[in-house]
Design a protein around this ligand. Structure first.
Ligand code: PLP
Length: 431
């Protein structure tokens, strides 16, 4: 039996696993297997018919992945989760599980560049329209809704703008209409708890803070179990009409005896079955190792980032600092409401010397790695306009909050004196 607790520090170490029943292994084993032997022909038939739950094939489920899924669901206060091969797969599946050609979703404009591309181009090519709205006014989500709207989508702490999303305000607009809010909480694990504020689904790129060591790409979709998918059947046809690919199953009915998990079951047995981007068990193991220390790391990331902000404020060549602690008015009220225990490890800033100074600054860094990643235990830096956001048009870059001279730091957990020393020498070199 896994230990029961409501504290993330304990759940990160214990949820979903105690010891292996046969070997008594304390560490979660890596079940590096493609398939699982059936007990009998009847057992096999029952598994395929979903009359019984059990392992069939690693494209759809795996015991190592299951520990990660159960642990993350427990930490977030959700009911079930699905681990997938990347954060991108998690974002794509979270929407494809509700919307098909002819449908639309309404999304915040404040998104990671890869998600923006997925929404503006690939989903569009698949016939799913994404309507982008400015999240500053939550009512924009209602205004963009019509009877084909299947979901609202946003990032809690969108990178690079770092303006905290109004989770409860938008979830409250969607719920009476039968529209769930899907929240990408990648930049704020443990700091923000989207289910507490009415979000229905959380997605993560576990590649970032959850893994924390920069070894494994991965993603997860977590079902809050708090959304009544059957309340507005016309709004959610994929969960409320017969699924021809699964003996005409109506997911909200078929899964009812198992609890409020229709959404996540469909994602597993339809999307993973057909589109097939499961998390590799080895990556699940690595991600579990990272997750165990997440509570300690995320607190240290936040503390170090706060100190970096204090340092940057004193540097006259820094013309603008972007960090949730520096927000004003309603944005600050949202940062305080939704980020508990720290503002996270991301800091953006602009240099008086614009793009040229930004490029010189990046080139001069010695401790910080110049990489296209965030959330690693090490300090990282990048110039988004020439890298992560370079495939976006100038106008789309502006909408997502990237200016020519913007530099993004993902402040790591090294000693703060070393972090500041590196920033100071790189700023001197950029002058
Ligand atoms: N969501 C956010 C907020 C991200 O920052 C990223 C990657 O940078 C992703 C999703 C995509 O994750 P992955 O790189 O694991 O596919």
């Amino acid at each position: 039996m896994a230990v029961k607790s409501r504290h993330p520090e304990t759940l990160a170490l214990h949820a979903g696993w105690r010891a292996d029943a046969s070997t008594h292994s304390v560490a979660v084993p890596i079940y590096q297997t493609t398939s699982y032997q059936f007990d009998s022909p009847e057992h096999a038939a029952n598994l395929f018919a979903l009359k019984e739950f059990g392992n069939i094939y690693t494209r759809i489920m795996n015991p190592t992945n299951a520990v990660l899924e159960d642990r993350l669901a427990a930490i977030e206060g959700g009911v079930a989760a699905l681990a997938v091969a990347s954060g991108q797969a998690a974002s794509a599946y979270s929407i494809q599980n509700l919307a098909r050609a002819g449908d639309n979703i309404v999304s915040s404009t404040d998104l990671y560049g890869g998600t923006w591309n997925l929404f503006a181009n690939t989903l569009k090519d698949q016939g799913i329209e994404v309507r982008f709205v400015d999240p500053t006014d939550p009512e924009n989500f209602r205004r963009a809704t019509d009877d084909k709207t299947r979901a609202f989508y946003a990032e809690t702490l969108p990178n690079p703008k770092l303006t905290v999303f109004p989770i409860a305000e938008v979830a409250d607009i969607g719920r009476p209409l039968g529209i769930p809010l899907i929240v990408d909480n990648t930049a704020a694990p443990l700091l923000a708890r989207p289910f507490d504020h009415g979000a229905a689904i959380i997605v993560y790129s576990t590649t970032k803070y959850i893994g924390g060591h920069g070894t494994s790409i991965g993603g997860v979709i977590i079902d809050g179990g708090n959304f009544d998918w059957a309340a507005h059947p016309q709004r959610q046809p994929l969960l409320n009409t017969p699924d021809n690919s699964y003996h005409g199953a109506i997911w909200t009915e078929a899964v009812k005896p198992l609890g409020p998990i229709a959404y996540i079951i469909r994602a597993r047995v339809v999307l993973l079955r057909d589109l097939g981007a499961p998390l590799a068990p080895f990556n699940a193991f690595q991600t579990i190792q990272g997750l165990e220390s997440l509570p300690l790391r995320i607190a240290q990331h936040s503390r170090n980032a706060d100190s970096v902000v204090t340092f940057l404020k004193e540097r006259k060549e820094v013309t603008k600092i972007i960090h949730p602690s520096l927000a004003t008015g309603e944005a600050k009220a949202r940062a305080d409401k939704y980020l508990k225990g720290g503002f996270g490890g991301l800091v953006g800033f602009e240099l008086a010397g614009g793009k040229e100074a930004g490029v010189k600054f990046i080139a001069a860094l010695q401790l910080f790695y110049h990489v296209a990643n965030i959330g690693d235990a090490r300090s990282l830096a990048i110039h988004p306009a020439s890298t992560t956001h370079s495939q976006l048009s100038g106008e789309d870059q502006r909408l997502t909050g990237v200016s020519e001279g913007y530099v993004r730091l993902s402040v790591g957990i090294e000693h703060i004196d070393d972090i500041i020393e590196d920033l100071a020498q790189a700023l001197d070199a950029a002058l």
